[in-house]
Design a protein around this ligand. Structure first.
Ligand code: GLN
Length: 188
């Protein structure tokens, strides 16, 4: 790709703005996206962390499902925490609708409700697990890039990625996860 790449962060709910400095430090442009016109204009997507049920409701209320699915199928996408839940093909505890972009099963709030959140080092970079899901099943063609306490927490399939943690809240730019995702998008 010769033109500078633009990463669209879905801006319906959740941690959107913290991605800006990471994306720019990795040599790409940031755009908060929420309309089909925005979706068509970007090279790749980040589906941020937040609350997957709320995001689902907003996607359906604004009639964005079909347009998002069409774009997710043809451009690289990275789902973070709630975003990982939305990209899975199967969601449990409880079951809910998802885009089925990656062949993975995800259990919501996998670490329980008491120990909701913690910080851990993933590849020497501190990241936040916030009411994080646990990936309980991985289909063919999905590569585990990092595990934490025995569970896969960073997966890739081609240029698509999911992380069950938030790297964007760490103020050291860019995170290794943003760097790898954006290198993949640029390589396209
Ligand atoms: N527990 C949230 C959900 O189920 C995800 C939390 C997050 O994105 N940090 O959607």
């Amino acid at each position: 790709m010769t033109h500078p790449v633009t990463i669209g962060v879905l801006a319906l709910q959740g941690a959107v703005q913290p991605h800006k400095s990471h994306i720019e430090a990795a040599g790409a442009a940031f755009r908060a996206v929420k309309t089909p016109e925005d979706f068509a204009a970007v090279d790749a997507f980040i589906l941020p962390g937040g609350e997957s049920t709320t995001m689902l409701k907003l996607i359906e209320n604004f009639g964005l499902w079909d347009s998002l699915l069409e774009n997710f199928r043809k451009k690289p996408i990275w789902g973070i925490c709630a975003g990982c839940i939305l990209l899975a093909d199967t969601v449990t505890d409880p079951a809910q609708k998802s885009f089925g972009i990656l062949p993975i099963t995800v259990r919501r709030n996998g670490y329980g409700r008491q120990i909701d959140s913690h910080i851990a080092d993933i590849q020497n970079y501190p990241v936040s697990f916030i009411r994080a899901p646990i990936i309980t099943k991985i289909g063919p063609g999905v590569e585990t890039l990092a595990a934490h306490e025995g569970d896969p927490v960073w997966l890739a399939q081609g240029k698509n990625m999911v992380t069950t943690f938030h790297p964007e809240l760490t103020l050291e730019y860019p995170s290794p996860m943003h760097r790898l995702f954006i290198e993949g998008v640029k390589g396209g």
